[in-house]
Structures are given as structure tokens and as C-alpha cells.
Design a protein. Structure first.
Length: 459
């Protein structure tokens, strides 16, 4: 098993094994001894998949029999061109539970192996998506005409649910080929080794023993919710990012601020400004005049240029809150707390650390109290535009809620300071976050998803 671990420090501001078997022609069960026209016996299928998960809105799988259907693109060729194997291009396999021979994946009407034919199969799941939770893919899994002989599958314009726990566990098998001959007797079931198309992400929490911690809000920000996928020999996702406006290297952009009796507004409203040291968001007012009378825009200030920007369109591409959690402080600091609402989040595979650009911002501040612009604020060159995927955790310690405006915020860089560049298909990313009064720490464990037995990992 391939396992990697990374440790990072984040500053915070205080404010299954699915196994299904059709018996083969050699099985003693008469159900599987059908034959016709001198050909082989009935075509059957084995389906294998570890760690299968259905969306919580449809109930997490507790038993293997809870998986209802699989769908199999099927074709055959005897030298005159590719044709259907069954009555339809895509066969629906129905889970009919168990017999003494194992789990049955059934279909009707049945078809037999035919002598001197070459076959191709590829399975996928699901056929419909969790639209009630915001997940969609209008045309689902698409394929070329059977006559092309291609088993390439595509998902065009897939969109994630607003809560990543509600995404379907997208599955596809590799292409399975077989040259059938009655003399060879190679009529054993077709193995469908289902693979995950999405990445699985989860979070555990650690905290100081004896200290009660209340998490009031937990969101994932700056990730791609849309994309398309092509499945051939490899799984290739093309995420769609919400980049508006599109900034190119060296661009000159005007940002207009208005100061009015202690309040500050950004008239463009295109950017989120963040401090380079803490990664915390800087309000328009604090960008200009913070509580220490320092300034990010005055050349003589010690905070001058100490900021970067994120597109507000990307920054606001966040999940619904994953919900609240209470850490009672009874566990040792080496132990972690697990919460169902922070586990089994399914994401489109995507880059977490995408290359940004440097551009120039020409600031202007209209001082209504002065009646004219602040001429000390001028153009700042080489402002860094970042594309950042992060978790934002709102919390407080103790029993007394200080109120929404006074709770603490921790920003967790999900790239592990650039070490984890992307979330990949079929991989589990487990973040263990330590929440303390003056800092938050994080540890990341990365594992192959398919190497885990369902009962151990998806309870």
C-alpha cells in the first residue's frame, strides 16, 4: 500500500469488498448450464470493488447486496464488424442477492458466448445522479457507436453536489477483452474490477486534553465543482475553474477603494486580499488602515505589499458547511476525534496548487472625509494572484459562544504548503487537524482507496 504523510503548520487568528459471481458453465447449478446453437454457456459477470460508498442521502452501503445495479458497455466481432452482444448497447446488471455459488448479477434476456467471436466489455456506475443534492451530469456516461469498437467512456459537464458528501461514488472498470472459442472453453465470468473516478477526502480533529472545543462552521473553499472526464486506458479529468475576471501575467488592473467615516468599500469587488504571513483575509479597511495604523498600500509602512490576492469568484466556490462538532477534551493529545460529517467527501480530481500570475494593481482611495483622493496610494507592481484550495474552520473554546463576529478562524492549506499538488482519482486523503488556542497544525496521510475493506473504512 502506498502511503505518504506530510506535516504542516497553519497560523490562525483568534477573532467493500464487493464480490459478485455468476457461476460458470462448469458449475453444478443447473441455472448456469444453459447453451444454444452449439455455442458456449451463458455470459456471466464478476464485479469487484473495495471501499464502495453511496451518497448519504441514499444510505451508505451496509451490505454488499445494497448495490442495486451495474451497467456494462458490451460488443462483439467475428471479423465482419463490431455489433451488440445483448439487445441494448449498455447491459443492466441487477443484484439478485446470494446463492450457494456466490452473489448473482443477473440480466434478461440472457446471451450465450458465441464461437470465434472477439468481445469487449466495460462497466460503469451510476446511471443516474443525485440531482436532489445538486449533483448533475445531463447525459451521464457516454460512448461512441458500437460499430466503432471503442469502449471509451466520457462524462461531459459533470457537476458536484453542494455538499461533497452527497456525490455519487463514480465507478468504471478497465476494458475487458476476450477471444471466445468453444474448443478453449474460456467461458468463465467476465471480471469487472471497478475503479473510483473521484478522490475521497476526510478530516479528523485533535485538541488539547481537558479543553472543550466547539467547531461552528467547516467549509472547503476554492475547489473545482465542475469538469469532464474521459476514461480510456487512464482516467483523465478536465476540471472547470471559476476564474472571473481572467487575469494574465503583467496585466494592469485598477482597484478603486472608498473611505467614508471609518468604513471602506472595494468598488471593483473582484479580489480577496490575504496576508502573506498568516494567509488570513484582509478586509478592505485593514488593507488601507488596520488597527495598528499600519498600511499595506503605503510605501513607508512595514506591511507594504505584504499581501497576495485570490479571485473572489474562486474564493466563493465553497462547499456548504460540513456542520458543527464538539470536542469534549477527554482524549489524549495524540488521539483524534472522528466525526461522520467530516468524512467521505468526494471531489473531482484536481490540482490544489495551480500556477498563478503576477500583475499590477493601480489603487485609488477616495477619501470622502478629505474631499479628494489619497495621493499616497499608487500602483503596486508584481502582485501575486494565487489559486488556493483550503479549509476554513470557525471555532471557539469553552462553553460560552462569543458570537459569530468574535469566533476564531483557522485556515488550513490543503496542499500541505505545496507538497500535495493534486487530489487524484481513487486516492484517499486523510487530514488530521490539531486545533489549539494560538495555532492549528495539520498532518496528511495519503492512501490508495482501493486497498481498503469496506467494513474498516466506510462504517
Amino acid at each position: 500500500m502506498n502511503v505518504r504523510q506530510y506535516n504542516i503548520l497553519i497560523k490562525c487568528v483568534l477573532a467493500i469488498l464487493l464480490s459478485a459471481l455468476f457461476a460458470s458453465c462448469k458449475d453444478e447449478d443447473e441455472e448456469y448450464k444453459e447453451s444454444s446453437s452449439g455455442n458456449g454457456c451463458k455470459i456471466g459477470f464478476d464485479a469487484f470493488q473495495d471501499g464502495f460508498q453511496k451518497p448519504t442521502t441514499r444510505a451508505v452501503i451496509e451490505e454488499i447486496v445494497d448495490l442495486d445495479n451495474l451497467y456494462v458497455l458490451s460488443m462483439k466481432n467475428n471479423g465482419t464488424g463490431w455489433n451488440r452482444v445483448f439487445q441494448e448497447d449498455v447491459l443492466t446488471l441487477t443484484n439478485n442477492g446470494y446463492t450457494t455459488n456466490g452473489q448473482i448479477w443477473d440480466y434478461s434476456p440472457t446471451a450465450n458466448w458465441e464461437n470465434e467471436y472477439n468481445y469487449k466489455f466495460r462497466a460503469f456506475y451510476p446511471n443516474t445522479f443525485n440531482t436532489s443534492a445538486g449533483e448533475s451530469c445531463t447525459n451521464g456516461f457516454q460512448h461512441s457507436a458500437i460499430s466503432s469498437g471503442s469502449t471509451v467512456l466520457t462524462l461531459n459537464n459533470y457537476r458536484s453536489a453542494t455538499d461533497p458528501r452527497n456525490n455519487s461514488d463514480l465507478l468504471v472498470s478497465p476494458e475487458v477483452t476476450r477471444e471466445y472459442s468453444t474448443t478453449l472453453g474460456n467461458d468463465e465470468p467476465v471480471p469487472l474490477n471497478m475503479k473510483h473516478l473521484l478522490a475521497c477526502v476526510g478530516f479528523k480533529i485533535k485538541s488539547k486534553k481537558g479543553k472543550k472545543l466547539n467547531i461552528t462552521k467547516f467549509t472547503i473553499n476554492g475547489y473545482s465543482k465542475e469538469g469532464s472526464c474521459v476514461v480510456n486506458q487512464n482516467i483523465v479529468w478536465t476540471p472547470i475553474w471559476n476564474e472571473s475576471p481572467k487575469i494574465k501575467s503583467g496585466d494592469n488592473v485598477n482597484v478603486n477603494l472608498t473611505y467614508n467615516n471609518g468604513t471602506m468599500t472595494e468598488n471593483n469587488n473582484d479580489f480577496v486580499f490575504k496576508d502573506k504571513g498568516s494567509n488570513m483575509e484582509i478586509s478592505p479597511k485593514d488593507l488601507y488602515i488596520d488597527n495598528s495604523n499600519n498600511n499595506y498600500l503605503y510605501s513607508w509602512s512595514n506591511k507594504y505589499k505584504n499581501f497576495y490576492v485570490i479571485l473572489k469568484s474562486e474564493y466563493n466556490t465553497n462547499s456548504e458547511s460540513l456542520g458543527a462538532a464538539v470536542i469534549d477534551g477527554t482524549k489524549e493529545e495524540t488521539e483524534s476525534y472522528e466525526f461522520e460529517n467530516y468524512e467521505q467527501l468526494l471531489f473531482i480530481p484536481q490540482e490544489l496548487d495551480r500556477a498563478g500570475v503576477n500583475f499590477n494593481i493601480k489603487f485609488s482611495v477616495k477619501r470622502q472625509d478629505w474631499g479628494h483622493n489619497d495621493d499616497n496610494v499608487k500602483e503596486i507592481k508584481d502582485v501575486e494572484l494565487k489559486h488556493q484550495t483550503f479549509a476554513e474552520i470557525e471555532f471557539y473554546f469553552g462553553d460560552t459562544d462569543p458570537g459569530e463576529n468574535n469566533r476564531s478562524i483557522a485556515i488550513v492549506d490543503l496542499t500541505a504548503n505545496g507538497k500535495v499538488k493534486k487530489w487524484e482519482a481513487g486516492t484517499k486523503y486523510s487530514y488530521t487537524i490539531g486545533m489549539y488556542e494560538y495555532q492549528a497544525t495539520a498532518n496528511i496521510t495519503i492512501e490508495d482507496w482501493t486497498h481498503h475493506i469496506y467494513e474498516e473504512d466506510l462504517r
